[in-house]
Ligand binder design. Sequence first.
Ligand code: WT7
Length: 631
Amino acid sequence: MTEQDFAVPLEAPKYYRPDPSYRERSWIGDYQTAYQKFVSDPEAFWKARAAELDWFEPFDEVMQWDFPYARWYLNGKINITYNCLDRHVKNGRANKVALFWRGEEGEEKAYTYSQLLRQVCRLANGLKRIGVKKGDRVCIYMPVIPEQVVAMLACARIGAVHSVVFGGFGVNALNQRIRDSGSRVVITADSSMRRGKAIQLKPIVEEAVVNAPSVETIVVLRRDEPRVELHSEMEVDFEELMENEPHTCEAEVMDAEDPLFLLYTSGTTGAPKGIVHACGGYAVGTQYTTKYVLDVKEDDVYWCTADPGWITGHSYVVYGPLLNGATVFFTESTPDYPDAGIWWKLIRDYGISVFYTAPTAIRMFMRVGEEWPAKYDLSSLRILASVGEPLNPEAFEWFYHHIGGCRCPIVDTWWQTETGMHMITTMVGEPMRPGFAGQPIPGVFADVVDSDGNPVEPGNGGYLVIQQPWPSMLRGVYNNDERYRQYWTTIDSVYTATDLAVKGHDGNIMVIGRADDLIIVAGHNIGTAEVESALVSHEAVAEAAVIGTPDPVKGNQIKAFVILRNGQVGSDRLVSDLRYHVRMTVGPIAMPNEVEFVDSLPKTRSGKIMRRVLRAQELGMDLGDLSTLEE
Ligand code: WT7
């Protein structure tokens, strides 16, 4: 997408205004007042947010900025799991439910804060016993089950750096992430459930650890009967690892700047980037936004539908809500199994009051019809939230009317893996403008600028940027400092989010989409590079380029253009082979919907594939500036 693709909405803005009681009772209060208070003294603002956590030793300075490297809460000592678990157990929430989980077949589990703390400590002790130490990387490749959360927290307990890989990724994607992170341990499960079928994960791990010499141990949670055999010397049973371990494990004292986790995000070129988040600032940012943006209260039952394997799951299934002592519901079920009413049934059954999901899911439900939610009493809902891609006005309206009963505010949160926490939204209680995410939250300086970094006039489009450091910002790209520096140098001295946006006359920001070649399919961020290299690794393929084409439900779908090797002939059979090959190597989410065989690809003189030309051709758009196109 280029800057010319903007369609600046000209019609008079339409707002939805929540009942004033929402603002009166919200943690944030009046947005303008809160934002001005932040602007008047940003340091005092972030100091006060940090004071909502328990520190082992206080920090001596809020932030030090040595462009483009920020350090937050200098010399402060903290452990995020102490803040997620121990302090709630000590402060009257010991028997409050921390996690409710429901499996696809209706199995239910619940863990109180004190039970969750004990599980985490036992696994933490087990990991120590197999030699995991502070700073070691541990890869977690699991389905959406309580043990996935326990594994993340157990790592954080002992200062090991977790690198969670989404359970839908295939062999290559997993292998690449294990190798880049140098993980010593992989924690996995035998299988994951999807629409009533068990998908085997263990064989994928077995293949992915070949050529990954850092891996010493594979911890396997065995869910299926009869239990799969652990055949290699490296494999250890998850439950046996915990079995005889004590229920307590002192939380490792972490420096605020020690790494907490790595999470890989797709790139447009080259390998996925290991985004590094730090212990102190990440805890402050996720605690703050879960409380003040999602407005989570003591009695809420909170459900964020993301997989903990993505950043949304890290920040808003696991860390943010637990830091706030909330009751979190999560599930392994797919939204349409056994039928399209399952989510609404779960909201009714568990009395969900804060519900956080993605536009792609909303559009899928729009398509199947409002008769599904209409069957269930959804009056427990208090707040709705959205993330992952633009919430288009049609989806906003549907969500507002059919799920929120024309009563619940919709909090459309714009942020990224790199930002760690929400950055732009419409705060609970403020007037909502469909199609517009909103404004920077207190704590964040953001704007829409041109390529020289000058703020655009209201009514115009440009690049979305963050102008000052924030506590939960990425601290680096693992093994790739140059890539980290690019975030801050693409547009002079500000953080470039690589999103295009329009600034409205009312100050609200509409996020349009990526300015680069990332494709967002069903809210999942897919790098063109990963899919293309998977295609090229197939013996029939010489060259490949992939683009996103619009899809009414998923936002985008993937189309691949493929040049075959000499002697190879395109056929339907080959198309399905290639699709399957991508599915196995990168994962089902990256599978192209369409494959077209071509003789050449548009390239720049330096040899870079011009995907925007392919996309423009495909969509019948103006081809734009072709001056760099090779003959
Ligand atoms: C990209 C980040 C962090 C959430 C999950 C995705 C797009 C995210 C919105 C929104 C419009 C959005 C952006 C962003 N995006 N939220 N509310 N409105 N676009 O994390 O995989 O790091 O992707 O998702 O394009 O850059 P991610």
